[in-house]
Design a protein around this ligand. Structure first.
Ligand code: NAP
Ligand code: GDP
Length: 319
């Protein structure tokens, strides 16, 4: 590799999104980019000195910053302070050290679940700061919103190209299946796997099943992330989501999972459990202007692949 080639450091590289990016770059096999995937074992990014040593070791020219405390609705509801503090620390350290070490571009990760609770739909990139987030995940939301504020400030004061993407709910291989902290799809993938293994005939899903969500397959998101790193030159964030018409209810998710497992029992809804925000419908119009022909994997196919991955890897998965 020549001196002018990119060295791309991916924080959170062992997680759901990081593993998907690794899969795609390995498929591409480009020789002009060196990719380095790191996780918490390499450095605790809440620790400024450890983060600095990590950057001094790898000397990245580009950073994809995925590392974060991440969790589903129920984990957020019980740990808002931890989500706020850990994510604020990590983001501040990664962006400041990127600036100090001359990193040319940083792409960080927001989420459609940080938008205002009371809002017009569809939500778009201009509306992030327009009102308080849903109370269930205000810690995560405010920490993530600050990334956009920091990106604007680093650009204004130092001319840095630090930007961010806004994915909708992500799922795929290497997800977090721990029932205490998982998002809905991996949580239900593990739950149904265990029910089937124990010979059960009732699949209980939390909440009413009525909330609506946009879900993106991690391998699709990975392709879009790599495109943002290489081609997207705005500081302002960009929504990386499936189209609005692809929004599905939690009930639909449960039914598609049952089909993927060929589960013939009944699905019931525990309405004593929280539903969270009813919907978070985001517009991907900005993305479509750049990439009008991008093909998302059909939801049922992505669900089948995710179930098949879990069946093959459940012993080593994050349970
Ligand atoms: P994930 O699977 O939980 O992975 C998180 C990664 O962050 C892991 O590699 C973890 O390291 C690392 N990490 C956590 N705390 C760390 C620390 N203190 N120091 C260093 N590394 C640390 O999460 P993900 O779903 O891939 O999420 C990636 C990004 O996408 C996050 O920024 C998240 O906010 C965003 N996002 C996710 C979703 C979603 O539905 N999952 C939706 C929208 C946006 P270990 O592997 O060592 O634990
Ligand atoms: P959100 O999209 O940020 O709200 O996070 P989740 O991925 O956790 O999705 C939450 C939605 O799925 C809520 O409507 C929950 O009631 C519903 N849900 C149903 N079963 C589960 C489950 O086992 N785990 C989680 N996290 N959510 C569930």
């Amino acid at each position: 590799m020549s001196q002018n080639n990119k060295v791309i450091l991916v924080t959170g590289g062992a997680g759901l999104v990081g593993k998907a990016i690794q899969t795609i770059v390995e498929q591409e096999g480009r020789e002009d980019e060196k990719w380095i995937f790191v996780c918490s074992k390499d450095a605790d990014l809440c620790d400024f000195n450890a983060t600095k040593q990590l950057f001094q070791k790898h000397k990245p020219t580009h950073v994809i910053h995925l590392a974060a405390m991440v969790g589903g609705l129920f984990h957020n509801m019980s740990h808002n302070l931890d989500f706020l503090r850990k994510n604020l620390h990590m983001n501040d350290n990664v962006l400041q050290i990127s600036y100090e070490t001359g990193v040319k571009k940083v792409v960080s990760c927001l989420s459609t679940c940080i938008f205002p609770d009371k809002t017009a739909y569809p939500i778009d990139e201009t509306m992030i700061h327009n009102g308080p987030p849903h109370p269930s995940n205000f810690g995560y939301s405010y920490a993530k919103r600050m990334i956009d504020i920091m990106n604007q400030a680093y650009h204004e004061q130092h001319g840095c190209t630090f930007t961010s993407v806004i994915p909708c709910n992500v799922f795929g291989p290497h997800d977090n299946y721990n029932p205490e902290s998982s998002h809905v799809i991996p949580g239900l993938i593990k739950k149904l796997f265990d029910i089937i293994n124990l010979g059960g005939d009732t699949f209980t899903v939390m909440g009413t099943g009525k909330p609506l969500r946009q879900f993106i397959y991690s391998l699709d998101l990975a392709k879009l992330f790599i495109w943002v790193l290489r081609e997207y030159n705005e500081i302002d964030p960009i929504v990386l989501s499936v189209d609005e018409e692809s929004e599905v209810s939690i009930k639909q998710v449960a039914e598609d999972l049952a089909k993927a497992y060929n589960f013939q029992g009944k699905i019931v809804f525990d309405t004593t459990k929280a539903d969270g925000q009813f919907k978070k419908t985001a517009s991907n119009q900005k993305l479509r202007k750049y990439l009008p022909d991008f093909q998302f994997t059909p939801f049922s196919q992505a669900i089948q692949e995710s179930v098949d991955w879990y069946k093959a890897n459940h012993t080593s998965a994050r349970n």
